[in-house]
Design a protein around this ligand. Structure first.
Ligand code: NAP
Length: 307
């Protein structure tokens, strides 16, 4: 029987592990499918406080994990495939092994939705990004492309127009999901050009391990052409990793956990941390802060129960 099981090993989960380990609660962290979370998909992180020269994303998350291990946090490979939160102790099934716990911190994050092109996947971190706030700065004076037709795409295009020489927004339809105000803001931005009814067929150049351009297709006319691009930002939404808790933890229609104040969920003893609940800020630093909050609440919960 564990005191604390933490689901997810990104910034939120690892920070929750530091705090609960220092509180002598011997946390168990279930690493999940994407160990290290979204930071492990980035390169240089320049906005995490304390690193004036910036820090490599994977190194940062590895350092936070090491810090947690130094205080006695245990890590387990694998993902939670099933959970029973109907009674205490809670039970989670990690790839066949059932684990019982008094408290649970869900820090399983949200995965960026990708187009799914082989070329896109191979160039993640080499010009392909899912985070304008993280990587926009690297494309000063460069040609940027943003994919998507929702608020995220508009927001990212506007943000990236501060850096790029031009921003091309590519959307597969000619109708937008984005709110009117966000769409208008992007439309009135002289640096942003719109390509509608257009899809990306290939991101180039895998051979050089660097984004140099894209091949596009207009769905209305069938025209295919190539365009030079330096930074390729995919903003077609995120998928919160809450499927295994569905029907037990209260979520909104998109699957994000609904907070009941602080780090609390609808189930006492189960806490949330990071992007699994946060669709707005989604930063490493806010996830770390949320991990700290969840840990402190788990600690208080256990203390109140006499453990
Ligand atoms: P979203 O609203 O679900 O929009 C996703 C966009 O990506 C859609 O335009 C969709 O096209 C496109 N898309 C999805 N899969 C695609 C694919 N495989 N290939 C090409 N295009 C694809 O997601 P979001 O923009 O991330 O927004 C999520 C939520 O957060 C929304 O409720 C939004 O309002 C909110 N949000 C708010 C703000 C703000 O107010 N500041 C900022 C960001 C997000 P289709 O339209 O054709 O389906």
């Amino acid at each position: 029987m564990r005191n604390v099981v933490i689901v997810g090993s990104g910034c939120a989960g690892n920070t929750a592990a530091i705090y609960t380990a220092r509180a002598n609660l011997s946390p168990l962290v279930v690493s999940g499918h994407e160990a290290g979370g979204q930071l492990s998909l980035t390169t240089l992180v320049e906005n995490f406080p304390g690193f004036p020269e910036g820090v490599n994303g994977p190194d940062l998350v590895a350092a936070i994990k090491k810090q947690a291990e130094n205080f006695g946090a245990e890590y387990m490979h694998g993902a939670v495939i099933e959970a029973d939160l109907s009674k205490r102790p809670f039970r989670v099934n990690v790839e066949g092994e059932w684990i019982e716990t008094r408290t649970l911190i869900i820090a399983s994050g949200a995965s960026a939705r990708w187009l799914g092109l082989d070329s896109e996947q191979k160039l993640i971190g080499h010009g392909v990004s899912s985070c304008a706030t993280c990587d926009g700065f690297f494309y000063r004076g460069k040609k940027i492309m943003v994919i998507g037709g929702g608020d995220s795409a508009m927001e990212e295009a506007n943000f990236l127009s501060r850096f790029g020489s031009e921003v091309t927004l590519v959307h597969r339809r000619d109708q937008f999901r984005a709110s009117k105000i966000m769409l208008e803001r992007a439309r009135s931005n002289p640096k942003i050009k719109f390509l509608t009814s257009t899809v990306v067929e290939e991101v180039q150049d895998i051979g050089r391990q660097l984004v140099t351009g894209v091949r596009l297709r207009n769905l209305a006319t069938g025209a295919v052409w190539e365009q030079e691009v330096d930074g390729f930002f995919v903003a077609i939404g995120h998928i919160p990793n809450t499927a295994v808790f569905r029907g037990q933890i209260e979520t909104d229609a998109d699957g994000y956990i609904i907070s009941k104040g602080g780090a609390r969920t609808n189930i006492p003893g189960v806490f949330h941390a990071g992007d699994v609940q946060d669709r707005v800020y989604r930063q490493a630093i806010t996830a770390a802060g949320a991990g700290c909050m969840a840990a402190m609440e788990a600690e208080r919960f256990l203390e109140a129960e006499g453990h």
